[in-house]
Design a protein around this ligand. Structure first.
Ligand code: ZN
Length: 242
C-alpha cells in the first residue's frame, strides 16, 4: 500500500489568531521543510478576542466571525499552513461530543509527527485550557484500539505547549527554544495581517527577541535573533543526552 511521504504536524488554536502569535515561527519553519502543517482552529474568538472588529458601528457576531475567519485563513496561508475551522464558539469554548470525535478522526487520518497546543492553565482566558484539554483528550482516544473511528490507532506524537500571553500566571516554563530567525519575516507578516488585534504585533516581536537572547545564552549559537518557547507534556525519549 502506498503511503504519502509527506509528514504532518498539528497546531491547535482556541481562537482565530492564537496560532499566529504563539507558534507562527514553528509553523513557517516546518512548512518550509515540506511538512504539511494542519491548524485545527476551534473557534473564531468572536466574543473574546476581536476587540478591533467590535469597534465597527452596527457590527454583528456573524460579521465578526467572517472577518476573523478571513484573517486567520490569510495568516495560515502566509505561514504555509492549511486550516480547518470548527466554529465551536468562544467565551465559553465547549467542544461538542461530535467535535471531539472529529478531532479523533483527524489524529487517525493524519498521524501527526508532533502536536502544538495551549497551556494547561490560563486565568485570563478559560478557552485556552479548554483547547489544551481537547487536544490531549482526543490524542488519547485516538490511541485506543476500542475507540470507534476509522483509521489506524495513533502512535505517541510528542505534544508541546506554546507560550501563553502571560506565562508566569499560566505556570508555563520554557523547556524548548526554537530558533525562528530564518522565518521571522513571515511570522511578522502573518502577525501584521491580523488587523483585529494589531496591538499585539510589537508585544510578540519583543517576546521573540527576548526568547532569542535566551536561546543564544543556552546554546552559544550567536546567530539566533528570534525564538519561540515551548513546554513538553511527555518525556522526550532519546538515546543521546548531548
Ligand atoms: Zn486565544
Amino acid at each position: 500500500m502506498e503511503h504519502s511521504p509527506t509528514k504532518t504536524i498539528f497546531v491547535f488554536s482556541a481562537h482565530a489568531a492564537d496560532f499566529v502569535w504563539r507558534a507562527g515561527g514553528a509553523i513557517a519553519i516546518y512548512s518550509g521543510r515540506g511538512y504539511r502543517v494542519r491548524i485545527l482552529c476551534l473557534s473564531f474568538g468572536e466574543r473574546g478576542e476581536s476587540q478591533g472588529a467590535w469597534k465597527e458601528p452596527g457590527i454583528t457576531v456573524d460579521r465578526v466571525k467572517e472577518i476573523r475567519r478571513a484573517e486567520s485563513a490569510r495568516a495560515a496561508g502566509i505561514l504555509g499552513a492549511e486550516i480547518r475551522f470548527f466554529d465551536s464558539g468562544d467565551y465559553p469554548l465547549i467542544p461538542s461530543a461530535e467535535t471531539t470525535r472529529e478531532i479523533v478522526m483527524e489524529y487517525r487520518a493524519h498521524q501527526p509527527e508532533f502536536v502544538l497546543t495551549h497551556s494547561y492553565l490560563d486565568p485570563y482566558n478559560p478557552d485556552h485550557p479548554a483547547a489544551n484539554r481537547i487536544a490531549l483528550d482526543a490524542r488519547v482516544y485516538a490511541q485506543a484500539a476500542g475507540y470507534p473511528a476509522p483509521g489506524a490507532e495513533l502512535g505517541a506524537p510528542p505534544v508541546f505547549l506554546f507560550e501563553p500571553h502571560q506565562p508566569e500566571q499560566c505556570e508555563f516554563k520554557p523547556q524548548v527554544l526554537l530558533d525562528i530567525t530564518p522565518v521571522w519575516d513571515r511570522k511578522r507578516a502573518a502577525m501584521e495581517s491580523m488587523e483585529a488585534q494589531g496591538h499585539l504585533v510589537d508585544y510578540y516581536t519583543d517576546l521573540g527577541k527576548r526568547r532569542g537572547v535566551q536561546a543564544v545564552r543556552n546554546s552559544g549559537r550567536k546567530g539566533i535573533k528570534q525564538a519561540e518557547a515551548f513546554e513538553r507534556v511527555f518525556p522526550q525519549v532519546t538515546e543521546d543526552l548531548a
